[in-house]
Design a protein around this ligand. Structure first.
Ligand code: 2AM
Ligand code: CA
Ligand code: CA
Ligand code: CA
Length: 261
């Protein structure tokens, strides 16, 4: 994609995400319609659904050929998702935080052009912080350019881990934790990516769906993080997968510890 067209796309997506966020803020003091999906801790609200419909309609209006994937819309990634411009939408990331805390949630859109990570937008709605950019545009928090990330050893970095995976300890994650500076838990992939991009965290270990990872992957890889499956292979973007996000040094250490018996 030409840089000018990409910049235009970025501006449009930022505008629509900010509009969805304004609506989201307006609904916080209203009674939410909350329903469960797979279990009691897997929630969706009327605002998740409204944001999904709004963002999909805006994208389709300007990009009628767009391939759309969204957690509360068409959530199956089509086989031909690499045939054009694909948009992965998470209309509220951190719905439990949205409901229980009224903060610490994000709206996210990741754009892949013929399968290539192209543009990422993550908006921390209540902190009013917009992370955006990609390999061609650079990465920004609002107007501030973010710099290439440090490459510290695991012993010098804070990490964040999927809570169930840490408790189950089936992948040596407690050993990874013991080799790190400590664990912090956030409950929203988008909020975690903000922390990684700012340099507050060094690694993220979780099992994530395509819409959880799409935007953050674009931004993180643009700043020098790697995003790899537990076996060190690239992630697929088509299914929920275990993955590590970290700069090279910590990545190598984490994957080695996870493979220890
Ligand atoms: P969500 O709020 O958009 O569903 C990491 O915690 C990510 O997993 C979160 O960003 C959250 O995104 C998702 N998540 C959290 N708890 C979940 C659950 N019980 N079932 C499915 N997804 C969950
Ligand atoms: Ca969800
Ligand atoms: Ca999510
Ligand atoms: Ca969501």
């Amino acid at each position: 994609m030409e840089k000018e067209a990409l910049y235009q796309l970025s501006q449009s997506l930022q505008k629509w995400v900010l509009e969805a966020a304004a609506y989201t803020r307006s609904q916080i003091k209203q009674p939410l319609e909350i329903t469960t999906k797979s279990g009691p801790n897997d929630l969706v609200t009327n605002v998740d659904r409204a944001n999904q419909v709004f963002l999909a309609a805006k994208i389709k209006g300007d990009y009628p050929q767009a391939i759309l994937v969204g957690e509360e819309g068409t959530d199956a990634v089509p086989d031909d998702w690499e045939s054009g411009l694909a948009f992965f939408i998470d209309p509220i990331d951190g719905t439990m935080n949205f409901v229980k805390q009224n903060e610490n949630f994000a709206i996210m859109i990741g754009v892949y052009d013929h399968g290539q990570p192209t543009l990422g937008i993550i908006y921390d709605v209540m902190a009013d912080q917009l992370y955006w950019g990609g390999p061609q545009l650079g990465v920004f928090r609002d107007e501030v350019p973010l710099l290439l990330t440090d490459n510290p050893p695991l012993t010098k970095g804070l990490i964040t881990v999927n809570t169930k995976m840490l408790v189950a300890d089936d992948l040596n994650l407690q050993r990874v934790f013991m080799h790190s500076s400590g664990v912090r838990i956030y409950g929203s992939a988008g909020i975690v990516f903000g922390q990684l991009l700012k340099g507050n965290l060094c690694a993220y270990i979780s099992k994530l769906a395509p819409w959880d990872i799409a935007a953050g992957r674009v931004l993180a890889e643009s700043l020098g993080f790697q995003v790899l499956k537990f076996n060190g292979q690239p992630i697929s973007m088509t299914t929920k997968e275990g993955m590590v996000v970290a700069p090279a040094h910590a990545m190598n250490e984490i994957l080695a510890i996870m493979q220890q018996k």
